[in-house]
Every structure is written in C-alpha cells, then in structure tokens.
Design a protein around this ligand. Sequence first.
Ligand code: AMP
Ligand code: ZN
Length: 113
Amino acid sequence: MDCIFCKIVQGEIPSAKVYEDDKVYAFNDISPAAPTHVLIIPKEHISSALEVDEKNSSLIGHIFTVANKIARDLGIDKTGFRIVNNCGEDGGQTVHHIHFHLLGGRSLQWPPG
Ligand code: AMP
Ligand code: ZN
C-alpha cells in the first residue's frame, strides 16, 4: 500500500521518533504548528476516524494513554495541550492513515480556522 505513514512505521521514510510500542508509533510533525507537535499513529493502517469500529476502538483508547504519557514526558501536561484528529476533506485530512496531532507549548486558539 502506498501510504506515507505506513512507510514511516516500517522505517522506509525517516522520522524523528518520540515513542514506540507494539501497536503505536509517534514522531515529530515535519511542519510543526506549535512548539510541541507530535503525530501519534497506529502501526496498523486505519484510513480515518470513519474506519474506527468495535474491533479496533481499544487501539484508539490506547493512543490517548500514549498521548498522556508523551505530554508528561515533554512537559506540556501542566500548561495544557490539544489532541486533534482531522477527518476527510472538510476536516483537513491530508494523510489517509489515521493520526492524532498532539499540540502544545503555546496558547492555542479556538475555534480553528
Ligand atoms: P493532516 O492534515 O491532519 O492529515 O495531517 C498530516 C500531517 O502530517 C501534517 O501536519 C504534515 O505536516 C505531516 N506530515 C506529512 N508528511 C510527514 C513526514 N514525512 N514526517 C512527519 N510529518 C509529516
Ligand atoms: Zn498507512
């Protein structure tokens, strides 16, 4: 499958690893939108939030526990952070392998543009 994030998981495309376990990989976004901008992805290819179902939903819960750990490790747990998932065209999804942006290190505006 021609998926850039599957290639990152397989080490075929380089990335700045932040965290890895048997199910999840996390790395710095190549174009950071905040001082901390980490992408957290399942190693398994899931295209988008629309593909989350009863069979794989525990993986999404696990991703949130990983996000908490990374937030603590990077020292943004006290100041706060945002976890973002973009889905589909209007949602601004550009890579069709589900990913969660962990953003922090500055005050984030709401609502997004
Ligand atoms: P989204 O727009 O929600 O699909 O987010 C995709 C994100 O992937 C963007 O923030 C990109 O900057 C990021 N990105 C794309 N290619 C790479 C890469 N090779 N390494 C790290 N981040 C990437
Ligand atoms: Zn993929």
